[in-house]
Design a protein around this ligand. Structure first.
Ligand SMILES: N[C@@H](CCC(=O)N[C@@H](CS)C(=O)NCC(=O)O)C(=O)O
Length: 224
């Protein structure tokens, strides 16, 4: 039995929760997972034991609570150095941290217009110019990572890293909204989407029945 508990939200919608969950699951690390139904009647009570200001994800280990997806990933990378959460090379690591921080603090139009929704597809979806710019930026970021640092494997920095966890919700968004991508970005999306842990996450999201109206894009969609 693990002493780590990760508190997550609905797997269909909770993009922030996916990030640390993916790191642990991809590496087949033992952990307990507690799921909270976001914006439900029980959410406030479910999250009351935690200091995280009513938000998920939260990681608890013994008396320690770590909140915020990127902070949790940093903690996991430090706790399990053998998993090489960040690239070993200092320059690659600096760039991996840059793109992860950018994902965390920017790309608001992409995030706002294309909310993560694992169980639906949005045929013909047309992003606004602002979201389109974010999609362009994501592809440029991925191209830089893959071209300069990715020769050792199919992930952004070759081997699987925190940066892949940070961008995994974007991959799910681009797939759900059927965004046309350059071939390198498309190949990267396929790497992420076909990975065992992501398949497991998507299957769990599809099995959920809660509908969060505010997280449903205003565009006709079909179930997958
Ligand atoms: N910056 C935080 C954001 C966490 C966050 O906003 N989580 C959403 C779920 S995906 C949440 O808990 N929302 C509930 C609320 O805002 O009341 C992180 O990276 O963990």
């Amino acid at each position: 039995m693990s002493d780590m508990t990760l508190v997550i939200g609905n797997q269909n919608y909770s993009s922030w929760s996916l990030r640390p969950w993916l790191f642990l699951r991809h590496h087949q690390m033992p952990f307990n997972c507690t799921k909270v139904s976001l914006f439900s009647d029980t959410m406030a009570a479910d999250l009351k034991p935690y200091f995280s200001d009513g938000k998920v994800p939260v990681l608890r280990q013994g008396d320690l609570e770590v909140w915020d997806s990127l902070a949790i990933l940093e903690y996991l990378a430090e706790s399990f150095p053998e998993l090489q959460g960040w690239p070993a090379d200092r320059s690659a690591r600096a760039v991996a941290r840059s793109v992860s921080a950018e994902m965390h603090s920017s790309l608001f139009d992409l995030r706002g217009e294309l909310p993560m929704n694992c169980r639906r597809r949005f045929p013909g979806f047309t992003p606004t110019a602002a979201a389109h710019r974010d999609i362009r930026r994501v592809q440029d970021v991925w191209q830089l990572c893959r071209q300069q640092y990715g020769s050792g494997g199919p992930w952004l920095f070759g081997a699987f890293s925190v940066a892949d966890c940070m961008f995994s919700p974007v991959v799910l968004r681009l797939i759900s909204y059927e965004v046309a991508l350059e071939s390198a970005a498309q190949a990267y999306c396929e790497t992420v989407y076909n990975s065992a842990a992501i398949r497991e996450w998507v299957a769990a999201g599809k099995a959920e029945e809660e509908v969060i109206t505010e997280d449903e894009a205003d565009w006709p969609s079909v179930a997958i």
